[in-house]
Design a protein around this ligand. Structure first.
Ligand code: ATP
Ligand code: MG
Length: 334
């Protein structure tokens, strides 16, 4: 049976996957592999765009990311997992596309602008960093991907990719590249434990898949709830309550969760009780992932084999797209 649509997704190899990733899109990818032709790109080159002087941060995380994906149920016989730096066509396409995108267009990309501010790059932006939306467009188009699962922070990248697709197709004079659309995650950002920011690798506030039950208990106990919920009988607030944000993301019995929320709001349900429910839920979720991950990390040769196999398959597809562009531009004389 031929599969429906080509999906390209992936993550920068700058750290382990965390619960924010699980809530956002990673668990969805496990479902999508059943119905779609899915490729996961382990983006080591993109990871270097803001870590150029610290390559270890990226190199040490490549197999971590592969193990994370496999441990949550990504099946390499259904999903292709590949390594960006071993796909030279992506770098070549980035070069070709760089000539049809202006610097001011890159500077206008709201995600990049935001990141430049957050990373303190205002005066010293690495050229590769400014250019990363183009490299992302190269990734997407090289695989002929038409469906891209993303968080809302990534929407400007899809827009910019489609601009490049239209421009390149018009230069070449035929539709060599395919436009893509986003598959938006319906999950709001998973907050950090204090509820003040989102969980993210760079903030160093993540809960990763190798967390032990003991560590998890400590982390759940630290979660911000509601400052005004002083006694159990008092009504409590759900909005901004980190425990309920995590329950929303991971608690499967939605009817029971609605009851818990109503009980909390009218009073009589303590934070100790809601945290206990969450802890049990997270332990149930993470324990099988942690065990599987441990096994996977004990055989790095096998992880490398999986990554190599997926990469070799991807070299063919991405190479073909790059060749089409070269032919379209009249460069392919031999
Ligand atoms: P960094 O701090 O380096 O930006 P990160 O932890 O934010 O890393 P990204 O690699 O930026 O992770 O995230 C990739 C994708 O994962 C995002 O586009 C988003 O969809 C999803 N994601 C990341 N953090 C969260 C979160 N806290 N909640 C939900 N989704 C998230
Ligand atoms: Mg991020």
């Amino acid at each position: 049976m031929s599969k429906k649509e080509v999906i390209l997704t992936g993550d920068r190899a700058t750290g382990q996957l965390h619960l924010g990733h699980l809530a956002g899109s990673v668990l969805k990818r496990v479902e999508l592999q059943e119905t779609h032709d899915q490729t996961i790109l382990v983006a080591d080159m993109q990871g270097l765009t803001d870590n150029g002087h610290d390559p270890k941060k990226v190199s040490e995380n490549i197999l971590n990311v592969v193990a994370d994906y496999l441990s949550v149920g990504i099946d390499p016989t259904k999903t292709t997992i590949c390594l960006q730096s071993k796909l030279p066509a992506l770098a070549e396409l980035t070069m070709f596309y760089s000539n049809i995108v202006t610097v001011s267009r890159l500077e206008r990309n709201p995600t990049v602008r935001n990141e430049i501010k957050n990373k303190g790059f205002d005066k010293v932006i690495p050229a590769g960093f400014l250019n990363y939306p183009i490299s992302q467009a190269a990734d997407i188009t090289a695989f002929n991907a038409t469906l891209i699962p993303v968080g809302d922070d990534q929407l400007p990248m899809i827009e910019q990719t489609n601009e490049i697709v239209r421009k390149m197709n018009s230069i070449v004079g035929k539709p060599v590249l395919s436009e893509c659309r986003s598959l938006l995650s319906d999950m709001p950002r998973l907050p950090s434990l204090d509820g003040k920011t989102k969980m993210s690798k760079s903030a160093g506030n993540t809960i990763t898949l190798d967390v032990t039950n003991k560590e998890l208990k400590k982390l759940v106990n630290k979660m911000y709830t509601d400052d005004n919920h002083l006694t159990i009988d008092m009504p409590g607030q759900i909005e901004g309550n980190v425990v309920f944000s995590y329950l929303d993301a991971f608690y499967k019995d939605k009817a029971h969760l609605a009851e818990l929320k109503a009980h909390y709001q009218r009073g009589g349900l303590g934070d100790g009780q809601t945290k206990k429910v969450l802890l049990e839920c997270l332990i149930e979720l993470i324990t099988p992932f942690r065990k599987r991950r441990q096994e996977l990390m004990s055989d790095k040769g096998e992880l490398i084999r999986v990554l190599k196999e997926g990469t070799e398959k991807s070299q063919i597809i991405t190479g073909e797209t790059c060749e089409k562009i070269k032919q379209g531009l009249g460069l392919s004389l031999f």
